[in-house]
Ligand binder design. Structure first.
Ligand code: PHE
Length: 347
């Protein structure tokens, strides 16, 4: 037994020397002192079988060895601890003489995307599904399905970009192409109410100036249900604008013509900057033109698969670009698509 103890003592010392970290330390502790099968523990267990006087002597010796080993173990532990602390200090030290590294440029969302996100959030809280649709579109969805007569001037290449002559394919001139698409999508059997909102890019053959671009963004929405009236139309739009501007807005309707609504209106909002007094933003009118709207034309409802005797709808569409211009007092629409970082970094 004496020899065994000596052997374990030697073995422990040898292995302790090789330990370099806390994990190794813990392994070693397990190996020698584990209650279940530690090498030292099993010797202690063996003491029981010895006669009393031998037991006394061996017990004394085993205790001495244990103390010795524990002392060595503790020394090693402190040594490792010190080393790890030193490593951390080394790793985390700051070189105060190093010149400043250039800041990484961090981008952000385009102001129109910001306006679009806000509108989507408000509309979806009001129960509208948010949809996206094709920018290259058939003449049918952009005009024909929306009750535009064949000879309507908007259909001419003077106004709309067709992808080539004698084709029915064009870059959509408004997002209203989604009206009939979405009615058909959500109303397979002609019995379902729909609320949909659909922002997107539109294209027109414009002479460019401070308020006209060939590419801009719109936000449009419609509701199809039973007994929809003009009161509903105004209430829905006011609620959206209230969400957007964070306060109650005043609006007024003027008659407006769009082939896919009847009656149709242009809606103005009382200028938020001057509260109707007249200022630069509202061109001293007190009101700002906001959007086109109306009750859905029976021909359009029919095209979407509804019986207009039973179903009715409201629709309104506004320029997201215009909203962003209002919100940030931007004087020239051409800034938006210019890709000029000096402009974009301001928002
Ligand atoms: N599509 C129209 C436009 O581009 C706006 C509109 C949408 C008008 C819905 C009435 C109803 O000007």
């Amino acid at each position: 037994m004496k020899q065994e103890l000596k052997k374990i003592q030697e073995e422990f010392k040898k292995q302790l020397k090789e330990v370099a970290d806390f994990a190794g330390l813990s392994d070693l502790e397990q190996k020698f002192f584990s209650r279940k099968n530690g090498e030292f523990t099993s010797i202690m267990k063996g003491l029981k079988e010895l006669t009393d006087d031998v037991k006394k002597e061996m017990g004394q010796m085993a205790n001495d060895v244990k103390k010795d080993l524990e002392g060595l173990f503790e020394d090693k532990r402190l040594q490792i601890q010190q080393k790890e602390m030193a490593d951390i200090v080394e790793r985390e030290s700051i070189d105060v003489t190093q010149p400043l590294l250039p800041k990484k440029a961090k981008g952000h969302l385009h102001p129109i995307t910001q306006a679009q996100d806000k509108m989507e959030e408000i509309a979806s809280n009001m129960g509208f599904v948010i949809e996206d649709g094709p920018e290259l579109e058939s003449d049918y969805y952009v005009f024909g399905a929306l009750n535009f007569p064949d000879d309507h001037p908007a259909r001419e290449s003077m106004d709309t970009f067709y992808i080539s002559d004698n084709t029915d394919w064009c870059m959509r001139a408004h997002v209203s192409n989604m009206q009939v698409r979405l009615m058909r999508k959500y109303n397979e059997d002609g019995t379902k109410a729909v609320r949909a909102a659909y922002p997107g890019k539109v294209f027109r053959n414009e002479a460019l100036d401070a308020t006209h671009e060939h590419t801009f963004h719109q936000f449009e929405a419609f509701v199809v249900d039973r007994n929809i009236n003009i009161g509903n139309l105004v209430a829905v739009i006011k609620e959206l604008l209230r969400g957007l501007y964070g306060r109650e807005v005043d609006v007024r309707l003027r008659p407006g013509y769009f082939p896919f609504v009847e009656p149709g209106f242009e809606m103005d909002m009382k200028c938020l900057f001057c509260r109707g007094e007249g200022c630069r933003v509202c061109k001293h009118l007190g009101w700002v033109e906001m959007l086109g709207c109306g009750l859905m034309h029976p021909n359009v409802l029919r095209e979407g698969g509804y019986d207009p005797q039973e179903w009715s709808g409201l629709a309104f569409g506004m320029g997201l670009t215009r909203l962003a211009m209002m919100r940030y007092s931007i004087e020239d629409i051409r800034h938006f698509m210019s890709g000029d970082l000096r402009f974009l970094q301001q928002f």
